[in-house]
Write a protein that binds this ligand. Structure first.
Ligand SMILES: [Fe+2]
Length: 250
C-alpha cells in the first residue's frame, strides 16, 4: 500500500513539473474501494492545484458503487471532479467520460452514456476505465491477462464512431499500452502506475486547419533494468486526424 501511495505521489509531482493543463485519473484509485484509499488519492491529486478529472474503476466500486463520488464530495476540493458525459472544454478540446456501476456486470452509469448532441465539432477526449475498442485477442495471443469488459462497450463505442468529429478514448484497467482505431475514434490504452512499468501518460491534443493532432508520451517513474513489461505501442508517438481518419504520425 505504501508503495502505491509513493508511486501516486511521484505521478502527481511529475504532472506538476511537466506543467500540464490538467490531470486525469482513470479509475482503480483504490484496490478494494475503501474510503481511506479513495480519499488519499483524491486528496493527493487535489494538492497539485491543477484541474483533476476522475472516473471510477471496478476496484473503486467493490464496497459501494458511489464510494468514489462520496470521497470526492468529502474531500471537497474545488479542483477535483468526477467526469461527466457532457464534459468540459480544456484548451480547445472537450474532456468528457464515464464512471462505471454494477448491474450483473460492469456497465456505464445510467447518466454516463455519451450524448453526442451535446458536443460540437471539437475533438473530444473520452475518459473511461474500461477500453471501448477491445484488444482482448491481441492480449490473449500474447499470453497476457485481459480481464472483463464493459458490458455496454459496443453501444458506447457505436455512439462515438457515428460522430464524424474525432474522439480520443483514454482507458486504463488492462495495464497495457496499446493504441487502437475504429473510424474517427482513437483509443489510447494506458499502462499501469502501480506495477511495472510504473508509468504516467502525457497527452497533448491540438486542433486547427481541419485536423487534430495527438501526441502521446509515456514516462516511467522508476526506470527498471530488471523488469521488461510487454507493450503494444512505443512510449512516444503521434496521431493525426485528417479527412475523416486517423493515421500514425510516427
Ligand atoms: Fe480495473
Amino acid at each position: 500500500m505504501s508503495d502505491t501511495v509513493t508511486a501516486f505521489r511521484f505521478a502527481m509531482q511529475s504532472c506538476v513539473e511537466e506543467g500540464v493543463d490538467g490531470v486525469v485519473l482513470l479509475g482503480d484509485i483504490s484496490n478494494s474501494g475503501d474510503d481511506w484509499s479513495l480519499e488519499t488519492g483524491v486528496r493527493l491529486a487535489a494538492r497539485t492545484g491543477l484541474p483533476v478529472w476522475v472516473v471510477s474503476g471496478n476496484h473503486d466500486c467493490f464496497e459501494r458503487v458511489e464510494a468514489l463520488r462520496e470521497a470526492v464530495r468529502r474531500v471537497g476540493a474545488r479542483n477535483v471532479r468526477l467526469v461527466a458525459p457532457e464534459g468540459a472544454m480544456v484548451e480547445g478540446a472537450r474532456a468528457a467520460g464515464v464512471s462505471v456501476t454494477m448491474d450483473d456486470a460492469w456497465v456505464s452509469r445510467a447518466d454516463g452514456k455519451p450524448d453526442v448532441s451535446w458536443w460540437g465539432d471539437e475533438p473530444v477526449v473520452w475518459l473511461t476505465h474500461y477500453p471501448l475498442i477491445s484488444f482482448e485477442e491481441t492480449t490473449r495471443e500474447a499470453g497476457l491477462l485481459y480481464g472483463d469488459e464493459l458490458a455496454d462497450r459496443e453501444e458506447v463505442l457505436r455512439s462515438l464512431v457515428e460522430r464524424p468529429a474525432p474522439t480520443v478514448v483514454v482507458s486504463g484497467h488492462v495495464h497495457l499500452r496499446m493504441d487502437s482505431v475504429a473510424g474517427p475514434v482513437l483509443q489510447l490504452a494506458c499502462a499501469a502506475l502501480v506495477e511495472p512499468p510504473f508509468e504516467v501518460t502525457f497527452l497533448d491534443v491540438e486542433q486547427g486547419d481541419g485536423r487534430a493532432m495527438v501526441r502521446v508520451e509515456n514516462v516511467a517513474l522508476v526506470p527498471s533494468l530488471t523488469v521488461r513489461t510487454p507493450s503494444f505501442a512505443p512510449p512516444k508517438r503521434e496521431w493525426v486526424f485528417e479527412a475523416g481518419e486517423w493515421r500514425s504520425g510516427s
